[in-house]
Design a protein around this ligand. Structure first.
Ligand code: FES
Length: 185
């Protein structure tokens, strides 16, 4: 029996047509497989390779290189906390401690006891201006505070968690920086 459903395999087969290089379809294809199964099994990676007509070793190499792909079971909701320089300078350490306590994990790579949350620490995600920040599932969250973390966790724990919108990044609340006025002379 196939690890991936027929409709996901069809979606994966249609991907190469969107890219100048068919190999470029490997990441979105792995993303679709992970979305369906929660994590990437070796059967799923072999099926992705077959659907894209790529070498299975190449597909596995991509899956093992990027931290956003999971080779082991993960939580239903996945926190990726940025601990790079700008986020650390703006208080990421305190947010990390608070977040770990809120979901009940002690270290990166852990899944909470109830299976609801995974916790990872990642490198800069390119949103340094709104540090400290994290990605929760498919959405970025900026200018983090302890209260924001409590809200995100409570929202996912609520019985209506399925209704929580995950489309697109949260809009940064801070006003954009203005250019300094031109100096005369
Ligand atoms: S350092 Fe955290 S987003 Fe860049």
């Amino acid at each position: 029996m196939s690890a991936l459903s027929a409709h996901v395999l069809d979606e994966i087969k249609a991907l190469p047509a969107r890219y100048p290089q068919p190999r470029s379809a490997v990441m979105p294809a792995l993303d679709l497989a992970q979305e369906e199964l929660g994590h990437l099994t070796s059967e799923a990676m072999t099926e992705v390779a077959g659907a894209l007509q790529l070498d299975p070793g190449y597909v596995q190499g991509v899956a093992t290189f990027y931290t956003l792909f999971h080779l082991e079971p993960v939580g239903q909701h996945r926190f990726y906390m940025c601990t790079n320089l700008s986020c650390t300078l703006r208080g990421a350490e305190d947010i990390v401690e608070h977040l770990r306590g809120a979901i009940g994990v002690k270290a990166p790579g852990e899944v909470s006891g109830d299976g609801l949350f995974s916790y990872e620490e990642v490198e800069c995600m390119g949103a340094c201006e709104y540090a400290p920040m994290l990605r929760l599932d498919h959405r970025y969250h900026y200018d983090l505070t302890r209260e924001k973390i409590d809200h995100l966790v409570a929202e996912r724990r609520s019985p209506r968690a399925d209704a929580v919108s995950e489309s697109g990044p949260e809009k940064p609340k801070r006003a954009p920086r203005r250019r300094a006025p031109k100096q005369d002379g």
